[in-house]
Design a protein around this ligand. Structure first.
Ligand code: ADP
Ligand code: MG
Length: 828
């Protein structure tokens, strides 16, 4: 027979002999609980038995003598039965406690929620508890402010507000950051070095001492249970001494370490042991906290709130949808995420809540898309005859993928609704020409177009190439109808440009953020183009678009958008992909070299330049401090010119140069007057120098994968073989996974997926991500769940786009709630 069961029998017998006077144990029978529970767990008694024993013995002293008899006999019957079922070899002792009377009256039973759902608990208990959770008749208002809860005063309200909690709903949606599973508690005696565990024990002693010559205070406690003792230390938190000595029994979570051959825990998370932890929940929530809010307090508040409001939470998902995803109802999910019955039900609850987030996100995205599609847009025709004659003027033939994309853009422009299209194509795939043609289609009918790029170097380049591409047809657009507007444009010119834009004399303006400024107004803006969209935020695109009346929108990116993001954050845009490079392009050969091998890279540069090609050398600094950066770039440049490449012509480009200096350097480089361009990361995006065949990146480990891929995209833009040499700042970084990924593939899509894995979605989102903070449980990168949510959302949307059906009212409300929480609602 198991020790814990033997002990129970011993104490129960003693009690029976004393006619149930509660004196078999000093201080009352309940006093055996703290040690008995640990033993029972060691013995691996079924959890429901442990809980049953605890809940009965805890209230034993309150019972009359007769009830005590009933209670002990009832419980023993149960222990005995369970032990028999438990097919252990131990033969359970014959019981000499009579078992003919019913189990104890239900009043003594715990009313805590975790127990109510205990599947194997006796019937009458279940009924009893179910009664306590039946929704009250009054209608509960989830918008009730938290300060209406008893015990939440001014100070607590302020603290909760800091955590973003102001209503009951907020409170219910404050999810635990983790759960501690007390059913997996380990006795101290059987801990292993290196384990992550939670233990419960008694504090035997606490002391503080100074170490490192008094520089550091160390609080040390000995914590023990029946099975052994553990030394626990906290560094530099001297105030813990008092708290710990008051606590007596504690829960500790952390990693088991070793010190002088003994097991220890350093800086574990800890809290005083409360009855609730031991007695009500096997799996206990651990919440994020702030000043003035303690774990125990918040847990208590949530416990009460979940109990009161949880059962009344209505499910916004239509029944049919919910059953098709086989996830729990919202009410259960909310209750389970706070106070789960089992790990399994916790996981289910998380899945359900994550699904909700993505689903509501999708509903909003689709709604937005629909709204956009329903607006009127000016019709811009582009007859085949006309477009073909324009294509004939291009210096090259469009690729199939370019033609397909152009067709989609032409269809959008004459659809009568505003275009809302994302054009994605790897670096060098030829997106600019598509944008140029779209602009031409719009301006030839007398309307205006704006083309926004993230850097002035790029805007300048686009200005030059659009002039060239479009300049042959003065009846459609004249040279003086195309203009450049960047931050450094002199104020008097800016004034002129603004005037001409508002009077419609300028048809096509190419520029940077300067285009967004307040005084810039258009007479009739009908097309907004945004290049390298990931460099801009939602607001900026919105601002540009608002300068016209429902203009067509074309955003372009070289960063391939992983599918999960294409469905969520970009889900309101139509997508065109140029998945083909112009003919004759050779894949760029990529190498990672040790810093000491840099001379090899230099000789590659010399060989290529001798052949009439050109090279980029990216200077390692990432514009952290502009002043230092400038100085270092200038020094590096003169060193390279004097010592490494004395007989070549070098140019220098960095962000702090005057704009016309930048411009002339770029022009010289494009015209091959400059053979080697030493530059900071300002050339990262978009720059198009077809003669360049070497991209040498120093300090390459400092750059992100997307950036490195962009750098590499500056070469390989002709039919010449090109090279990308990546040199990390130190030898250890040679194994850097981003650099290795660059060697492994030229495929921007593979790299983007990899980058998503390494860095998360932030880089793809720009400031878009600000709207996505409402995703607490769902990961935007969880493609499976995203696709599921999308599928169900589209389905529902097809049936009832306005969510006007009776059974969709709750959902409509939830969608609104979700979206007003997030942002202004404009996500494109
Ligand atoms: P990105 O998609 O990276 O913006 P660009 O539009 O800058 O690419 O184009 C890259 C280079 O390829 C440019 O020099 C452009 O003139 C050239 N190009 C674009 N389309 C074609 C094509 N179909 N055939 C040959 N060269 C092309
Ligand atoms: Mg480009």
């Amino acid at each position: 027979m198991k020790t814990s069961i033997k002990k129970l029998r011993k104490f129960f017998r003693l009690e029976a002999e004393r006619d149930y006077d509660n004196k078999a144990v000093m201080g009352g029978l309940a006093n055996i609980l703290s040690s008995w529970e640990l033993e029972a767990r060691e013995d691996e008694l079924p959890e429901q038995i442990i809980q049953a024993v605890i809940s009965r013995l805890r209230d034993y002293h309150r019972l009359s003598e007769e009830s005590r008899e009933v209670a002990l006999k009832g419980i023993w019957k149960r222990v005995n039965k369970e032990s028999l079922q438990d097919k252990k070899r131990d033969k359970v002792d014959e019981v000499n406690l009579p078992t003919d009377k019913p189990a104890p009256a239900p009043q003594q039973i715990s009313e805590h929620p975790a127990q109510k759902k205990e599947p194997s608990q006796p019937k009458q208990k279940k009924q009893q508890v179910e009664k306590t959770v039946t929704p009250p008749a009054e209608k509960l208002d989830f918008d009730t402010p938290v300060n209406s809860i008893k015990g939440i005063g001014e100070k607590k309200t302020a603290a909760l507000t800091r955590m973003g909690i102001s209503s009951i709903r907020d409170l219910l949606y404050t999810f635990p950051r983790r759960h501690d599973d007390y059913s997996k508690l380990k006795p101290i005696g059987s801990l292993w070095f290196g384990e992550e565990v939670t233990v419960i024990g008694t504090i035997d002693s606490v002391s503080t001492r100074s170490v490192r010559g008094g520089k550091m205070k160390l609080v040390e406690a000995m914590v023990s249970d029946k099975s052994g003792a553990l030394r626990v230390t906290w560094f530099n938190q001297p105030w813990l001494e008092g708290q710990l000595s008051r606590a007596k029994h504690v829960v500790l979570s952390g990693e088991i370490e070793q010190y002088l051959g003994r097991l220890t825990m350093n800086n574990p998370e800890w809290e005083p042991l409360s009855n609730e932890q031991l007695h009500t929940n096997r799996i206990v929530p651990v919440y994020p906290l702030t000043k003035d809010i303690t774990q125990k307090w918040l847990r208590g508040v949530l416990h009460d709130t979940v109990q009161k409001y949880g059962p009344s939470i209505e499910d916004p998902l239509p029944d049919q949808l919910r059953s098709s995803i086989s996830l729990p109802v919202l009410s259960t999910a909310i209750q389970e995420i706070h106070f789960p019955d089992s790990d399994q039900s916790l996981q289910k609850a998380k899945q359900r809540l994550a699904f909700d987030e993505l689903f509501l996100l999708q509903m909003g995205v689709l709604k937005q898309k629909k709204q956009w599609e329903n607006r009127p847009g000016q019709v811009f025709d582009s007859p085949d005859v006309w477009i073909n004659s324009r294509l004939e003027q291009l210096p090259f033939q469009l690729t199939k993928a370019q033609i397909k994309t152009l067709t989609q853009v032409r269809e959008d422009l004459c659809s009568g609704h505003p275009m809302n299209r994302l054009l994605q194509g790897d670096v060098g795939s030829g997106k600019t020409v598509i944008a140029a043609l779209a602009a031409l289609i719009v301006v030839r009918q007398g309307a205006q177009a704006a083309f926004m790029a993230p850097t002035s170097i790029l805007a300048e380049q686009h200005f030059q190439s659009l002039k060239k591409l479009l300049g042959n047809n003065p009846d459609e657009i004249k040279e003086n109808e195309i203009t450049l507007l960047i931050g450094s444009t002199p104020e008097d010119q800016k004034e002129q440009i603004r005037k001409k834009l508002s009077q419609g004399e300028i048809k096509l303006v190419i520029g940077t953020h300067a285009l967004l400024q307040e005084p810039v107004e258009f007479q009739n803006l009908q097309l907004a183009i945004v290049d390298e969209q990931h460099r801009f935020g939602v607001e900026q695109r919105g601002t540009l678009r608002q300068k016209g009346n429902n203009p067509h929108l074309l955003v372009m990116t070289a960063t391939p958008i992983p599918r999960s993001l294409a469905l969520t954050t970009f889900g309101d845009l139509e997508l065109s992909v140029i998945d083909e490079l112009p003919p004759g392009r050779l894949p760029v050969e990529t190498h990672v070299l040790f810093p000491r091998e840099i001379e090899r890279a230099y000789s590659l540069v010399r060989r290529q330049v001798d052949k009439g090609n050109q090279a980029f050398i990216i200077y390692p600094l990432v514009e952290e401090s502009e002043k230092i950066d400038e100085k270092a770039a200038v020094e590096e440049f003169s060193r390279l010119q004097k010592e490494i490449f004395p007989s070549y012509s070098l140019g220098l480009l960095h962000g702090q140069m005057r704009p016309d200096d930048k411009e002339s350097v770029m022009t010289l480089f494009r015209d091959k007057e400059i053979q080697i361009l030493v530059s900071t990361s300002v050339v990262e995006v978009g720059v198009d120098i077809p003669g360049a065949t070497v991209m040498l990146v120093e300090g390459a480990h400092r750059f992100g994968l997307a950036q490195l891929h962009q750098f590499r995209g500056r070469v390989g833009r002709s039919d010449q073989k090109s090279y990308c040499i990546l040199i990390p700042g130190n030898a250890e970084e040679i194994e850097n996974q981003r650099l290795q990924a660059m060697v492994e593939t030229n495929d921007g899509f593979v790299l983007a997926e990899k980058d998503l894995e390494i860095r998360g979605p932030g880089q793809f989102l720009g400031t878009r991500q600000s709207g996505y903070t409402e995703l607490k449980l769902a990961s935007i990168t969880d493609l499976k769940l995203v696709e599921q949510a999308r599928q169900h959302a589209s389905e529902l949307f097809r049936q009832d786009p306005e969510l006007s059906q009776e059974n969709h009212q709750k959902l409509a409300l939830a969608v609104n709630q979700f979206w007003t929480l997030k942002n202004s609602g404009d996500i494109s």
